[in-house]
Design a binder for this molecule. Structure first.
Ligand SMILES: *Cc1c(COP(=O)(O)O)cnc(C)c1O
Length: 494
């Protein structure tokens, strides 16, 4: 059976259900495997997404019975996505685009957050715990909407998202406040995202499990969010084989728009599991902590935070990077703890040369400015008649930079797959600013309509009517009242 280790101490180990229920190890580390399952490409190549997902996940999460994983995967993907392929691959002239935005909130987090609630329930069962799981999350937009939607109507779960009243887009707000499920709730706070996040951390530090309730987070450091993402790296590889651009066994590159380092790390696991990945290209926006890190080996969050048109990548501490450090330091949890302590105390740390050499065998990174991202949206639209969102544009441009980098002449001969993490219709303002000659209306409804009429494209179903729906959740509270809110709405009500 696979053992999950904390990245910060060898004595902190558990099985998959515990790792998923706990999320974070007690010592603050992240649960990770030292040895990952190996897959034979030939035997996987003709599976559809659901079969591929249950085959890969039942090896990674091997302490659940296989039929339990199969049920989880079916509940997650059978109805929630607007295409049977779940994560289709679209071949353009420059690159192939892996579309990860066909889920219920039109962003890639859906792939993991549709499955996580079912994995949590399976974990409870496995551990003979007869409780309801209450998921609490602070969100700057994408995570909250994907979490609430993923947990909607899943029995024995509840989910509550706190969001900054003036800090998220109209569409993101509507995605949370108009949900019709009775087990989810969204609440605005009079404050910014940091205050929401601090508030949720305080709640976790102070709230006590009851006889019938336990509390958990849907944060991207949970291994249960990482594992489902490994699947689409394999799936897109096999889709590329089907187009005859590659043969089974050929290497490919992936370019990933990166924030918390979860998505790209899943690609790294895919490589460790035997997928022939040549390079993983980490694309950053103006908050280029990761690009600097891959270049210099020095991680330094002491810098100005830039609010960009790709908000889900506006991050200065990429939590999941810790799992890559652990690997590159040959599983030396003492050294990982030390680096994380330095990050906490000084905001920076330096990695040894040897570990960086190991990391650079697979990873390279480029950062892309907002202006370049905007230009890329326009160019891809004009050249390919294909709409990309600002996050995907950052990755697309980074992939172009990789292709023309003389350092990587050999590497760029391989096919490159660019991960597309959101529908362009989720960010109509930025997309219109890139492609429309007319001034852009401040109303999200007008923007969506204009984007449709200009491009003759239809928004994903989940966004089509959302701004006309009635808001069910209208509470706005002071950040100091968040704990009271949880007690009133979730605990005393139980
Ligand atoms: C969350 C998100 C990302 C970043 O993914 P990480 O796993 O945090 O690196 C990129 N694009 C979009 C649209 C997202 O929602």
């Amino acid at each position: 059976m696979n053992i999950f280790y904390s990245t910060r101490s060898d004595s902190n180990t558990c099985d998959a259900p515990s790792a998923i229920l706990k999320g974070l190890a007690q010592d603050g580390g992240l649960f990770t495997l030292k040895e990952v399952p190996q897959f034979d490409l030939e035997s996987l190549q003709n599976l559809d997404f659901i079969s591929l997902s249950s085959t890969i996940l039942s090896q990674y999460l091997d302490s659940y019975p296989k039929d339990v994983i199969q049920d989880c995967v079916e509940s997650a993907y059978k109805q929630n996505f607007d295409t049977k392929e779940i994560t289709p691959l679209k071949c353009l002239k420059d690159f192939s685009i892996l579309e990860l935005y066909h889920g219920p909130t039109a962003a890639f987090k859906d792939v993991a957050l549709c499955l996580l609630p079912h994995l949590l329930l399976a974990s409870l069962k496995q551990k003979n715990l007869n409780k309801t799981i209450v998921i609490l999350t602070a969100t700057s937009g994408d995570t909250g909407s994907a979490a609430l939607s993923g947990f909607s109507n899943v029995p024995n779960t509840k989910a509550l998202a706190f969001f900054p009243n003036n800090g998220i887009s109209e569409i993101q707000r509507a995605q949370m406040t108009t949900l019709e499920a009775n087990n989810v709730l969204a609440c605005a706070i009079d404050g910014n995202f940091d205050q929401a996040q601090t508030g949720v951390k305080n709640i976790f530090a102070n709230i006590k499990e009851t006889d019938s309730l336990m509390f958990s987070s849907a944060n991207s450091i949970n291994f249960g969010r990482l594992a489902p993402q490994i699947v689409y790296y394999f799936k897109s590889y096999f889709d590329l084989v089907k187009t005859q651009k590659i043969k089974v066994g050929d290497k490919v590159n992936f370019c990933v728009p990166t924030g918390n380092f979860g998505d790209i790390l899943a690609g790294f696991y895919a490589k460790l599991s035997g997928l022939p990945i040549n390079k993983l290209i980490c694309a950053s926006n103006d908050n280029k902590v990761l690009t600097d890190f891959f270049e210099t080996g020095h991680y330094n969050k002491n810098r100005d935070f830039v609010i960009t048109t790709s908000p889900s990548m506006d991050i200065l501490v990429s939590s999941n990077l810790e799992r890559l450090l652990y690997y590159s330091l040959d599983f030396d949890s003492n050294q990982v703890s030390q680096k994380m302590q330095e990050l906490k105390e000084k905001g920076s740390y330096q990695m040894p040369q040897k570990a960086m050499d190991k990391i650079r065998e697979t990873f390279c990174s480029y950062w892309v400015s907002q202006e370049e991202a905007k230009q890329t949206i326009k160019e891809v639209y004009e050249k390919e008649n294909y709409l990309i969102d600002p996050h995907t544009a950052v990755a697309y441009k980074a992939a172009l930079n990789f292709k023309s980098d003389s350092k990587f002449l050999e590497d760029s001969k391989y096919q490159t797959i660019v991960l597309s993490t959101a529908s362009a219709f989720k960010f109509p303002k930025s997309v219109l600013e890139a492609i429309d000659l007319k001034p852009v209306s401040p109303s999200a409804k007008d923007q969506l309509e204009r984007l449709c009429s200009l491009t003759k494209a239809q928004p994903p179903k989940c966004l089509q009517n959302i701004l006309n729906k009635e808001e069910r959740f209208k509470d706005v509270i002071d950040p100091s009242k968040m704990m009271d809110y949880v007690l009133t709405k979730e605990v005393n009500n139980d």
